[in-house]
Design a protein around this ligand. Structure first.
Ligand SMILES: [Mg+2]
Length: 232
């Protein structure tokens, strides 16, 4: 067995993302300060997002709609027009936010692309993810890009069969234990968790019990070495 294919998550693995969401959360809380304290507003927004995920999927557009819905709920359906305008502006700004790759990403992606088939596997809005990949300058390093609606075992099975030699000969690395690591290992791949400074509550999960195909790294710089180790 040798590893032929490496799947990489995008948001908070290759570039900053959750910090931008957190800034918008803070702005949203400020905007609705007359209608609740921070924990209340955050809890309501989280509930709305969770409820809407299966309808809107992941990404900024669904998040923006969930902010509007939460504002309507918190104001008893009386959210003033300027509140809706502010929320829409915040969403648009997120969609235009500059892409900043994380430390070591450019070098690691270049190095890995010489030895393995690199596949970008990400959730989110199609247009936004394509924009960020183009802006990152990393696009040509990848053999394939898969923007998926959910990251589950079947997704990894399908993606690594389509773009590689199957999940058993693939590594998946990302910041989400729940989406990037656990389902990839369940599909038979190796899973690498590279935590980001902050994690969206929805993506939290415990590490797998079987550690033979799992490793946690503090930085992406250690990824090439880890794959080499598994390959021996
Ligand atoms: Mg991520």
């Amino acid at each position: 067995m040798s590893i032929t294919t490496v799947g990489l998550d995008a948001d908070d693995t290759l570039w900053h993302n959750e910090t931008i969401f957190r800034l918008t959360h803070a702005r949203f809380v400020d905007l609705l300060a007359d209608h609740g304290d921070e924990p209340t507003i955050e809890a309501r927004l989280a509930e709305t997002e969770q409820r809407n995920l299966r309808l809107y999927g992941y990404g900024v557009k669904g998040f923006t709609l969930s902010m509007i819905e939460t504002a309507m709920e918190l104001t008893g359906g009386e959210a003033p027009p300027h509140v809706v305008r502010e929320i829409l502006a915040a969403g648009r700004e997120m969609l235009a936010h500059p892409v900043e790759t994380l430390p070591g990403v450019d070098e690691v992606v270049a190095e890995l692309s010489e030895k393995y088939r690199l596949v970008l596997i990400t959730k989110g809005d199609l247009l936004d993810q394509e924009r960020k990949l183009a802006a990152s300058g990393l696009g040509e390093r990848f053999s394939a890009v898969e923007i998926v609606s959910e990251k589950d075992r079947a997704t990894y099975d399908r993606v690594f069969t389509r773009h590689g030699t199957g999940a058993a000969e693939a590594v998946m690395a990302g910041n989400s234990m729940k989406s990037d690591v656990l389902p990839a290992i369940a599909a038979g791949a190796f899973g690498v968790h590279i935590p980001y400074a902050v994690t969206w509550a929805h993506e939290l999960a415990d590490a797998p019990e079987d550690q033979s195909r799992f490793i946690a790294l503090s930085a992406i710089c250690n990824l090439p070495e880890t794959i080499k180790m598994w390959n021996n």
